[in-house]
Design a protein around this ligand. Sequence first.
Ligand code: BGC
Length: 773
Amino acid sequence: MHHNAQHSSHSHIAVEPWGIRESSFDSAQAALHETLFCLGNGQIGVRGAQEEGELWAGTMQNDVFINGFYESEPIVYPEAAYGFAHTNQFIVRVPNVTGMTFSIDGIPFDANLGRISDYSRQLDFQTGVLTRSFVWTSPSGQKIRILSERLVSFTHMSIVAVRYALTPLNFTGDISITSSITNLPRALMAGDDPRVGASLGGSLDYIAFESSEDFAAFTHGTHHSDLKVVSSVTHDQTPTRLAHDEQQTNVVFAKIAEANQAISVVKFGAYITSQTVDSDDMTRVAKHSLDTAKTIGFDGLVAEQEAYLNEFWLNANVEIGGDDSLQQGMRFGQFHLLQSAGRDGKTNIAAKGVTGAGYDGHYFWDTEIYVLPFFLHTRPDIARRLLEYRASTLDAARARAREMSHTKGALYPWRTITGPECSSYFPAGTAQYHINADIAYAVRQYNDVTDDRSFLLEHGAEMVFETTRIWPALGRFDEQGQFGIYTVTGPDEYTALVNNNLFTNAMARHHLQYAVNLVAWLSKDHPEKLHELRTKIDLTSEEIAIWQDAAAHMKMPFDAKRGIHAQDDAFFEKPLWDFANTPRDKYPLLLNFHPLVIYRHQVCKQPDVVLALLLLGHEFSVEQKKRNYDYYEAITTHDSSLSSCIFSIMAAEVGYTDKAYDYFMQTARLDVDNLHHNTQHGVHAAALAGSWMSVVYGFAGLRTFGKQVKFSPFLPKQWTHYQFNVRIKNCLLQVRIDKSEATYRLLEGATLDIEHKGMPVQITAAQDTVVRI
Ligand code: BGC
């Protein structure tokens, strides 16, 4: 079933290997391009609105977000019940420090008056700089070139910088450049699309304004969540004047400009929040950060940015030979992932990264199951930080478990910012208990791929034990001695509150078994740590025996007649969805049918059984995978952007190479081509990472489990070759796939044992290993 690719409103992005470029301004695309041209560093996200903001028609969210900076409000249920999530947290926009505009002889710039020509804007993935250039002809005929460059520093996490240069082309006159900090009032988004988020933007209260000759800073605060943010600026020169009210400050530079001579202002902005710095100290820290940035200078920041990205691409680059547009899609995704992932151990990666308020800025299982592999194999330090975030919210997960009537253990929330459950729709929220198993899976995967045991000892083992404790409480051993798990929802959100969801049971089995293995490992290698943990969380041998038992006897629903796994106990009793009579405009189904209507049918939004076949691939035969794939593919709508990538990977594994390619086409440019029609609300972080997986897990067939590293590559016939680097067990491995051979090269590390299409191969640093595919 393919529906999403139809009638997409394409962005006007030129195909380039290392960036995105627009060569005209189109107000109808402005909101979408704000997302695509967004800059970020994992902490700050500056949407790609124009420097002059609303002076350009179509500007939708001229917003800046700080990952994890949120407002909260009570969730009001007309019909409430015990244990419902009671407080929502949602990301709020913070004041925008990037605004710049100008006037000529007192007449302000307005993009809607006069004429814009020679416009181009480019986001360069190698420099991390957004550059825009155009000529404005004012209504009275003055021509002026505007060149602006912008960055959000990867090396100074609180810093953004803008260089704004103006060149009069046919006049000499008075030009004043205005640099602003603006706090916009809250804009509410109405509508019933759950993907948009409850409210766009924020409603921060003014607290203070402070300025000196070369410094201006607002302090604003949230109403309920008790957070403060300082938004501050300085410039490379002393301003002529400065004015402010509670929402905006304008810093003005009055200049006399000669024809054909550029005048410029460089602006440095810094954001400091009370989440990281003591409230009383925030303004001082902001000033200090700005002083540092000013000393480095704009060119210095660009040089640092380039060096940082150079290092990133050395590790992460994926090269696709023979398709420039897919090449662009891949790098766009990798770049945005790098921009989106929190890396301070206290923040994570939101469903929309730092590019928008969609899904309220919440963190989901998307992190562990979709995004983590990308970082594991390219920036394992960031992967660890993402897991540390979960460790930092373990207490909240314990509290939630108590609320959910578990006397022991921890239950992670379906969606959250700082830890509490924020899902107000429990059938597709809290009921997705698989989140616990997903996190344990990620801990295990981190451990297997990096060989870094310190995370397990510091946090991981405790997280795995606490979370696995929930499984025995969700089910029982039946008369045949099989362990069943009741009333849960799997990843497929078109089916809810079922017994023995195959994905959940399979992942719970892995989780329970992993916990048992960890106990054994600790008792052998780190007995004092095990002792400490046993005491801390009151872990008993009886409990561990139950984990072992439940894992050994986990029920895995199987339909003998069809010869495939059932998504849950009752799945095959339901009628099939009437696909033949569902017109295209009724997709996605979630916007056109009540959940109950959908739940009552065999229809999937996204992979469920098929995802289990990938994550726990060693537990299923190829034949089983193929049969399951065939059945579930036919009933999956891919209404979620988390779907196509997994189908691409599994199609590759079962030998459907054309399908693998088709699904890859649905994911590799999902945001650049706005295939889901909602990229204006932010990028789809899971799908971006899923595209990376489609190449590395799909076409190249990488699987890591325990000590095993397996590849099973093929070359899509549309390509001449592809190549990528992956970090595995302290090695950096370059993999290149050509028509008939694969070349493995160790860029770091001495030796690495892999399996190539089932054949053991030892890769050594001394020479390339070339094998037939
Ligand atoms: C998907 C979930 C996902 C969420 C956030 C939903 O549409 O069904 O699996 O976690 O979006 O990306």
